[in-house]
Design a binder for this molecule. Structure first.
Ligand SMILES: *Cc1c(COP(=O)(O)O)cnc(C)c1O
Ligand SMILES: [Zn+2]
Length: 401
């Protein structure tokens, strides 16, 4: 294993790779550190094959836990690119993971760690997608799962999660309420906390692998990557993965990371446009994009970290209106035949707004993250009346008009 320790991004203290959450000394975020010189040496000597992502995970392969999901497709969105007037537009189809969202990535790694640590019970606070992933992987790993979701979570996500066998509990109020209750329950009831903010340092490592896949599938790093942002582990994980690709000589440069939020919940985009380095939490966020409806109340340091990562990549953050998210969902379905939930379309809405703002170079390659499946939130799409007829050609002709 090349992972060496947990390093605090605030005070710089180091800890062993144990079941820790935030820094015991200063409370800031812990990041998994690697022995990159050794990793690079082994890669250059051919001891690590291209496409083997195991060495970039903090997992003890001796334990025989193989959890990395298969690569998801990176497809060319040709019709949309032509319509929007961009040269090369690629969709990373993370909604095609086994549970229907990219949350399989962080959860697979965190569940593998729970098994390595010998912990039999896992808990998570989630707006639905990480809930389903946690329930599925906990079941597969033989662990007991307890899932806390906001009361307003789409029924599809709740049913899916419960069907995998986890105990699901709805918590009144915004996501932040689930977050704080899960944090408390993990300590008091002795559960391993899989929550996919930055609280569990292992989850981001799973998100990181998506960047490795993109570089391998595209043969290079794109100029820009558009990412829907809740707390931001997906964006930060992607950035870390692209950095690793650069370090190992697999990519020439790190892409500009573009964080996209919804106008009804935009603490990071607001701080970016205000030129701030700290994020102000939103107490009662509201957007149709439930997967990114994360006000960061009680853990705004997660937003600070995401904001700093966006700036480090020379990227930017922006917010899109719910109507624009709806329109992006429709375009993805009509032009490319792909069905994503509102949060899954947010990144394309961000690209469209960036085009209007002149923030995209004409010949740049852009990757857009499609994060969640459309079947997970069916109330989000308008219902068109569908006619019912008999086996009768005249009736068919009439309704076709
Ligand atoms: C969780 C989620 C996001 C946001 O990811 P973060 O890592 O929390 O920023 C985006 N889209 C979907 C569909 C999600 O489930
Ligand atoms: Zn610290």
């Amino acid at each position: 294993m090349y992972a060496t320790e947990l390093a605090c991004i605030g005070c710089g203290r180091h800890y062993r790779l144990e079941a820790l959450y935030n820094c015991p000394e200063c409370g800031n975020i812990l990041d998994v550190a690697y022995d990159y010189p050794r990793l690079k040496g082994d890669y250059e000597a051919g001891r690590i094959s291209a496409g083997d992502f195991g060495p970039f995970l903090p997992l003890d392969e001796q334990a025989g836990v193989s959890v990395a999901p298969p690569p998801t497709p990176l497809i060319r969105a040709g019709r949309l690119a032509a319509r929007l007037g961009v040269k090369k537009l690629l969709f990373k189809c993370e909604f095609l993971n086994p549970t229907g969202s990219f949350k399989d990535r962080p959860i697979a790694v965190a569940v593998a760690k729970a098994k390595e640590f010998g912990l039999g019970r896992v808990i998570i606070a989630s707006s639905g997608n990480a809930a389903a992933a946690a329930a599925a992987y906990a079941g597969r790993g033989g662990l007991t799962g307890l899932v806390l979701v906001p009361e307003a979570t789409p029924p599809e996500k709740i049913r899916q999660t419960a069907f995998y066998g986890a105990t699901v509990v709805k918590v009144r109020g915004p996501y932040s309420n689930c977050f704080s209750l899960a944090k408390q329950a993990a300590t008091e009831l002795d559960y391993f906390n899989l929550t996919t903010t930055f609280i569990n340092p292992y989850t981001v490592e799973g998100d990181k692998i998506i960047a490795h896949e993109i570089v391998r599938q595209a043969g290079e790093a794109p100029a820009q990557v558009f990412v829907p942002v809740g707390a931001g582990p997906l964006l930060v994980g992607l950035h870390k993965g692209f950095k690793e690709c650069e370090l190992l000589g697999m990519a020439a440069a790190v892409p500009q990371m573009v964080g996209v939020q919804a106008t009804g919940c935009k603490p990071i985009a607001q701080a970016f446009s205000d030129g701030m380095t700290t994020v102000k939490a939103v107490k009662n966020p509201a957007t149709i994009a439930g997967g990114i409806c994360d006000g960061l109340y009680g853990y705004s340091q997660d937003g600070d970290y995401t904001l700093a990562t966006i700036r480090r990549s020379d990227g930017y953050a922006l917010a899109v209106a719910d109507e624009d998210i709806n329109e992006a969902m429709r375009l993805i379905a009509r032009e490319e035949g792909l069905f994503v939930e509102p949060s899954g379309a947010v990144a394309l809405a961000g690209l469209i707004q960036s085009l209007k703002n002149g923030q995209i170079a004409p010949d740049a390659t852009s990757v857009v993250m499609l994060t969640g499946h459309g079947l997970k939130d069916m109330a989000a799409i308008s219902q068109r009346e569908v006619p019912v007829i008999d086996d009768d050609m005249e009736q068919l002709k009439r309704v076709m008009m």
